[in-house]
Write a protein that binds this ligand. Structure first.
Ligand SMILES: [Zn+2]
Length: 307
């Protein structure tokens, strides 16, 4: 996924209203499926040949307008709306068959047959319960449509991947603040920077603080907020912290060592400048296409070139 990833992305969706005005913008959201609308039809009857909606006609099976023919059978395909929640907010996301199947964990035909069994603890309710509050990485498109002369944002899931919550990844530069990181993503800076038991020359007060959190190189479970004093908010707080030598990752601290990146960091202390630049970089990253063949490669670990 070549687009921006933030665990607090949903709070800025209102800022991005202009995105998707001409063509859809793509972004990745890391969040939880917090609610599945089960009160409405979660699937439709689809033509087995073209997946378009069919109508039931008495005695004759199902009519597909698109194929202009009848079939005795049809498929059920999901079309459902889920609420996605991250650390900062929530959004309703439309999902189609493939993505919905990954969220629910079974095909629509199977869920439909479960639904006929009633009761509070029915297998159908249980299936929905299991799918809720599970972390996912969702690649979504954001587009705009007009409804009753009102501009509305439409968010559609384009790919869904369950998240391995134990994994960690370095920050995307200039992205602002991601919630937290596991110690092992940066503890070499505290205990074994260049493989000689030394430490990174980062701010010593901050290093002392981090050592109280991450007690050894082998700590892989403790997490530390990446943006001290501002965790839970999406703001430009990352930059003043960075300038005070409180950048959590080596890749953050490195920003201060180059004149060009240092002056950008100094500019982005300004909140309004930060939001403007963020929206722009977001749009830019949304336009990045997947790299294929000799065009380049996707880094397996986002802070290091593939070896
Ligand atoms: Zn058809």
């Amino acid at each position: 996924m070549g687009d921006i990833l933030n665990s607090k992305l949903l709070s800025i969706l209102p800022l991005l209203l202009y995105l998707g005005a001409e063509k859809p913008a793509f972004l990745s959201i890391r969040g939880y499926i917090s609610f599945i609308k089960a009160d409405q039809a979660m699937w439709y009857r689809a033509c087995k040949a073209c997946n378009k909606k069919v109508t039931e006609s008495t005695g004759a099976g199902y009519w597909c307008e698109s194929c202009q023919k009848y079939d005795e059978e049809c498929n059920l395909r999901y079309i459902m709306v889920v609420k996605v929640t991250d650390a900062s907010g929530k959004a309703f996301v439309s999902t189609f068959n493939e993505e919905a199947e990954k969220i629910i964990g079974c095909p629509a035909d199977e869920l439909d047959s479960l639904r006929s069994q009633e009761g509070e603890d029915s297998p159908y309710q249980l299936k929905l319960k299991q799918a809720t509050w599970t972390p996912h990485l969702l690649r979504v498109s954001v587009s705009q449509n007009e409804y009753n002369n009102e501009k509305r944002q439409r968010i559609t899931a384009r790919a869904v991947v369950p998240v391995d919550v134990s994994g960690s990844c370095g920050p995307l530069l200039f992205q602002g603040d991601v919630a937290a990181s596991h110690c092992n993503a940066f503890s070499n800076r505290l205990y074994n920077f260049k493989g000689k038991g030394d430490k990174d020359p980062l701010g010593s007060t901050y290093a002392a603080f981090l050592k109280t959190k991450c007690k050894s190189l082998s700590d892989t479970t403790t997490t530390v907020a990446m943006d001290p004093g501002s965790a839970g908010n999406f703001d430009s707080h990352y930059y003043p912290n960075l300038l005070q030598k409180k950048g959590l990752f080596q890749s953050d601290a490195t920003l201060l060592t180059q004149d060009q990146s240092r002056s950008i960091a100094e500019e982005l202390v300004d909140q309004s400048k930060f939001f403007t630049d963020f929206a722009q970089s977001m749009q830019g990253m949304g336009a990045i296409k997947n790299l294929v063949g000799s065009a380049g490669e996707i880094w397996i670990k986002c802070s290091v070139v593939n070896s």
